[in-house]
Design a protein around this ligand. Structure first.
Ligand code: PGA
Length: 253
């Protein structure tokens, strides 16, 4: 199965010029890569980057978020249709940085169904906020999966990617690093949930990525867990780091 790398640029870079430079680098690096890359830039850069990405079958653009309502008067908001019309073929959903700002499981579920209905591919983030010695994070994750995938039928699964992203391991405020053995456990747990919900054959087809402080130094051991790829934040903004990770993922196929 083709591996996937998602580059979540978050609120970076500060200018279109820099965004184009970074994207040009990604294009050069991924042109003949065996790995699929999904670049999720700030929405203001989507259309320009999309214009630079015609006919590319390995690199896709994705949105980072959109507002759940359509049309009407919503100052400062951005719709799914706008993302789609600007070239987004994928969309991130449920990122913990948005959950921290108040996005609920119900909203994520609503947006997920909307994305899938619009035939945009979804990268659904799930993951616990913290770890405890009793293992309560397993039931936390199960509830999250239940709520976020509520009502999502089998027919949509081909357009769904799951990114396991424990929020305690993400970004500059990360409290720790997930160990490969822990990732194996979480992957099995998520697969089992998906098998129970959709049957094992269907569950097998859903790719599971890992995100949270992935850098060149730990990418290889994390990949050895059998994960289908990575969701990168900081590392996707640094050309050399990003290139090293890609080489690791390409080599690991
Ligand atoms: P990080 O971010 O790689 O900078 O930890 C990952 C993410 O937010 O998805």
């Amino acid at each position: 199965m083709k591996k996937i790398i998602v580059a979540n640029w978050k609120m970076n870079p500060d200018s279109l010029r820099e965004a184009k430079e970074l994207f040009a680098f990604v294009k050069k690096k991924f042109k003949k890569s065996k790995t699929q890359i999904i670049v999720c830039p700030p929405a203001v850069y989507l259309e320009s980057l999309n214009n630079l990405n015609q006919k590319n079958k390995n690199i896709f653009l994705g949105g980072q978020d959109f507002f759940k309502e359509e049309g009407d008067s919503w100052t400062g908001k951005l719709s799914l249709k706008m993302l789609k019309n600007s070239g987004a073929k994928f969309c991130l959903l449920g990122h913990s940085e948005l959950v921290a700002l108040g996005e609920s499981d119900e909203e994520i579920n609503f947006k997920l169904k909307k994305v899938l209905k619009e035939r945009v591919k979804a990268i659904l983030c799930v993951g616990e906020k913290e770890r405890d010695i009793n293992g309560d994070y397993f039931s936390y994750l199960e509830k999250q999966l239940q709520a976020r995938l509520n009502g999502v039928g089998q027919a949509f699964l081909k357009n769904l990617v799951i990114a396991y992203e424990p929020s305690w391991a993400i970004g500059n405020k990360a409290k720790g690093i997930l160990e490969p053995e822990e990732l194996v456990q979480m992957k099995i747990f998520i697969k089992r949930f998906l098998s129970d919900k959709y049957g094992s054959k269907k569950a097998e087809t859903i790719k599971i990525l890992y995100g949270g402080s992935v850098f060149a130094k730990n990418a290889e051991v994390l990949l050895e867990t059998g994960i289908d790829g990575f969701l990168l934040g900081r590392a996707s903004l640094k050309e050399d780091e990003f290139a090293k990770i890609l080489d690791i993922v390409n080599g690991g196929e």
